[in-house]
Write a protein of this length. Structure first.
Length: 128
């Protein structure tokens, strides 16, 4: 079973002001958030980008060798849980596109709030 937070009972603020107090979308099973080449390039452009990739991601040993965000327990390794009730992303400015798709009020956001974690019915794809 995937680690989760208690289910949320309030709709998200449309501007995202309560996202850091929620963090449910950052609780998910391993191999959920993958990085594209553009994501890797964005991270590598940072002063310690190579170290960030080494510490926070894992490469699947099965072809095609996708790079995924590493999970600590069942939450993203980039999620800062050092302050109770706060869930900021340590790499928010360079977060993967998969994370950028989970906007406040999106289907993925609403499902994560309802379940207490990001669910399996979420499809990460760009709108045409």
């Amino acid at each position: 079973m995937t680690e989760s937070l208690p289910a949320g009972d309030r709709p998200p603020d449309a501007n995202g002001s309560d996202c850091v107090a929620c963090g449910r979308c950052c609780h998910h099973p391993p191999s959920t958030v993958h990085l594209l080449d553009t994501d890797e390039a964005r991270v590598l452009a940072q002063p310690e980008g190579s170290d960030l990739l080494r510490r926070l991601t894992v490469i699947d040993d099965r072809p095609p060798g996708w790079r995924f965000m590493r999970n600590t327990g069942a939450r993203c390794a980039a999620l800062d849980v050092s302050e109770p009730g706060r869930f900021p992303c340590r790499i928010y400015d360079v977060r993967p596109d998969d994370c950028r798709l989970v906007e406040p009020g999106s289907p993925a956001c609403l499902e994560a709030r309802r379940l207490g974690r990001l669910g399996t019915s979420v499809e990460f794809r760009r709108a045409d």
